[in-house]
Design a protein around this ligand. Structure first.
Ligand code: SF4
Length: 403
């Protein structure tokens, strides 16, 4: 489920946990005057009337100077990058606003919507908050320990939440048309369920009054030139009324691109996921062309957004590296799994090849792409890469449904 992500940031003892509890009307976070009480992020899911499902993060103070504090700070900054709205809380009884200034300038540098909640612990603030001089429209003053401040703060927060438009997963679906989903089901396929992109596609097609047909392809037989396997596929396609598109697991592109008639649209689940999550398919398309000018000793990072169990012919750790090494024997290939991406020195790489990112939020996936854009580091993904390998014609074909 897509949720609006709201992060609460600030120095230690600024009232972040109090604000979290006030908004969620629960004792989600421990409130105590001891500095550093919030040891790690607290996350609460709640429904904000007029906005919908939200995920709210209470973060530790970024001014904790211990080694542990530095680690927490890194995570806090990452959360600020990824959230949809940053609420920076600040106490009134301070004279040095350097912590708040740092948070504000970071939010501004990445064009993040932020608001400042000025926590008036008592009715006689010792210092007038200097940000008032900058932009009064983004500041709310409130005594967060007073219950009725919720009513004042909520509309203020809502005002600055820009709801991102919910994009269709498969915008090309036509009512009463058929869509074949190629699902090879190899050793890595979990039992009793489809993978998330596959079940999302089935749901989207059905919701749009169209027909989804799942097809298990035996890739080993297909690659071995088994005539019966080809006949099975042809037989299916010949009996489907109003066949509009085939959506395949990227790793089957070598077969599916040849077997699917030219008049039928073709794309992949991983292309569907990155377009849905980031709306930046063109970046991934441009990124793959970096390979045409890749240096002999170039460096590529293959990223998987989750840590799934990897068996035998895993696409990210075996199949794609084998293809790359065959074409570019002297390049270096590194991997990052899950959160490791955030710790990588991305500027070392000539190209990032990312998975479909189905296990991370759209905000997190988009933030990864935006961060790479800022540093001019090309990115592509599994589906685009495995299509490009089959030739320019196949690459053009798989992006066409999205143009
Ligand atoms: S997040 Fe990436 S690696 Fe993990 S299951 Fe989804 S597409 Fe595969």
């Amino acid at each position: 489920m897509k949720r609006v992500e709201i992060g609460i940031f600030g120095r230690m003892n600024a009232g972040k946990s109090t604000l979290m509890n006030l908004l969620t009307q629960q004792e989600t976070s421990i409130v105590d005057p001891t500095p550093g009480t919030t040891a790690d992020h607290k996350i609460t899911l709640f429904e904000l009337h007029g906005i919908g499902p939200c995920k709210i993060f209470d973060t530790p103070g970024i001014d904790e100077e211990t080694i542990l504090g530095q680690k927490k700070r890194k995570k806090v900054i990452q959360t600020l990058r990824e959230c949809d709205l940053a609420i920076i809380t600040t106490p009134s009884n301070i004279a040095d606003f350097s912590v708040e200034e740092e948070l504000i300038s970071l939010a501004q540098s990445i064009q993040k919507t932020y608001i400042l909640v000025h926590n008036i612990f008592d009715s006689t603030p010792q210092h007038s908050i200097k940000f008032k001089e900058v932009d009064t429209s983004i500041i709310k003053e409130a005594n967060l320990s007073e219950e009725n401040s919720r009513e004042a703060i909520l509309p203020f927060i809502k005002k600055y939440i820009t709801k991102t438009k919910e994009h269709s997963l498969l915008p090309f679906i036509k009512k009463d048309h058929s869509y074949v989903l190629i699902i090879p089901m190899d050793e890595e396929t979990p039992e009793k369920r489809l993978l998330r992109p596959q079940s999302m596609a089935v749901e989207e097609i059905t919701r749009n009054w169209a027909y989804s047909i799942t097809y298990r392809m035996d890739l080993k037989k297909a690659r071995a030139g088994n005539i019966e396997e080809k006949r099975r596929f042809d037989n299916l396609l010949n009996h489907i009324p109003f066949l509009d598109a085939v959506i395949t697991d990227s790793q089957a592109m070598d077969i599916v691109s040849r077997w699917t008639p030219k008049q039928v649209q073709l794309t992949t689940f991983s292309i569907m996921m990155i377009q849905h999550g980031t709306q930046r398919l063109s970046k991934f398309y441009q990124g793959v062309n970096t390979l045409t000018t890749l240096k002999e000793n170039g460096k590529i990072l293959i990223c998987e957004a989750c840590n799934h169990s990897r068996i035998q012919e895993d696409i990210g750790t075996v199949q794609i590296p084998n293809i790359l090494k065959k074409r570019y024997p002297n390049i270096t290939i590194d991997h990052s799994f899950g959160r490791e991406f955030e710790d990588k020195n991305l500027q070392e790489y000539d190209l990032i090849i990312h998975c479909g990112g189905c296990m991370i939020s759209a905000q997190k996936l988009t933030q990864r792409v935006v961060n790479l854009e800022v540093h001019h580091i090309p990115i592509t993904n599994y589906g685009i890469f495995l299509s490009w390998i089959q030739g320019q014609e196949v690459l053009e074909r798989v992006v066409k449904p999205w143009i």
